[in-house]
Design a protein around this ligand. Structure first.
Ligand code: ADP
Ligand code: MG
Length: 302
């Protein structure tokens, strides 16, 4: 009889369903039973329990939350609440931190990890923003602190462009501007996956012709790319600083600095899709094994 049970909410598209099945099988071999599809969006909290599809979440030994789809405020609120009762992968504080680009860069920098130079200024402080633009050689990137997929990022190359953007931003309820120096790089990036402090995989993405964004959703394409010691060292440190058990660290090579800088740390880095596996991205099994080992350890309190 198994006495360990965990809950799972995992993306099902792009091969996620197969990955989930593999994990469930491997966990069962270790006497850990999995309940799937625990989308907290459908949960209700009452009488001191969070109940999701008839499962009392607090009675689980662990919750594995791995769905990159935008979460509603409601489910994030329950995620935060549940994190006080059972271990969640990823843990809520790290998840929440890495949802915010400014807070992540700020913490990484504080611990000596290089990121693009950045500044946060109050939205009324346009004079400071103009100074920053001059100081950084006339090229900055405006980033929404909670964006993804390259959306909302705007490159600003002169004061006129800034003057055009400001009235637009002032119509939003954003209280601050987060800007980065535009990094001189070759329009390709590195994605390094780290699980439980271990290096799992490295691949690259390159921006489409005439673009500077490497995101797949912005037309970027994936290619095979080897890691090196420096990339792995920086990525392991970045993952540890954020506290993410599972982290996808995005880096680019800054030609001026002559070193890698961390752009962001992702809390739900995707497994390779079946098409990407055909291309030669073959890290899924290693990633599954590391995740299963980690769940096993946490559940059994080792
Ligand atoms: N400071 C920067 N300088 C040059 N290019 C950048 C900079 N920041 C981001 N980019 C490009 O834009 C893409 C998206 O930026 P990122 O910070 O990762 O946000 P997102 O969460 O939208 O992916 C990156 O993959 C990179 O190609
Ligand atoms: Mg990114």
């Amino acid at each position: 009889m198994s006495n360990h049970k965990i809950g799972m909410w995992m993306y099902q598209n792009s091969g996620g369903d197969q990955i989930q099945n593999k994990m469930i099988d491997k966990l069962r071999e270790r006497d850990i039973i999995t309940t799937t599809d625990l989308n907290l969006r459908n949960a209700i909290a009452k009488n001191g329990s969070i109940i999701c599809n008839d499962t009392v979440m607090e009675e689980l030994d662990l919750f594995f939350s791995y769905n990159a789809g935008q979460q509603t405020q409601y489910q994030v609120y329950l995620y935060e609440t549940l994190d006080k009762f059972i271990p969640i992968i990823n843990n809520y504080p790290a998840f929440s931190l890495t949802e915010d680009k400014f807070k992540t860069s700020h913490l990484l920098r504080h611990h000596g990890i290089m990121t693009p130079e950045f500044k946060l200024c109050h939205r009324d402080d346009v004079a400071k923003l103009k100074n920053v633009l001059r100081e950084w050689g006339g090229k900055i990137v405006y980033k929404p602190t909670d964006g993804w997929g390259g959306m909302g990022l705007v490159k600003i190359e002169n004061e006129a462009a800034l003057d055009m953007l400001l009235p637009f931003l002032n119509q939003t309820d954003i209280r601050y501007f987060y800007v980065e120096k535009f990094v001189d790089y070759d329009n390709s990036d590195f994605r390094i996956d780290i699980v439980d402090g271990e290096f799992v995989a490295c691949y690259g993405r390159k921006a489409p012709k005439d673009s500077w964004k490497t995101n797949i959703t912005a037309g970027g394409s994936i290619f095979l790319r080897e890691a090196n010691d420096r990339l792995v060292e920086i990525s392991k440190k970045a993952a540890a600083i954020t506290g993410l058990e599972i982290a996808g660290v995005d880096l680019i090579y800054d030609r001026e600095l002559e070193d890698y800088v961390v752009l962001e740390v992702n809390g739900i880095p995707a497994f390779a899709t079946p098409e990407q596996e055909k291309m030669g991205l073959n890290f899924n099994d290693k990633k599954i094994d590391l995740i299963v080992d980690m769940i096993d350890r946490k559940v059994k309190g080792k």
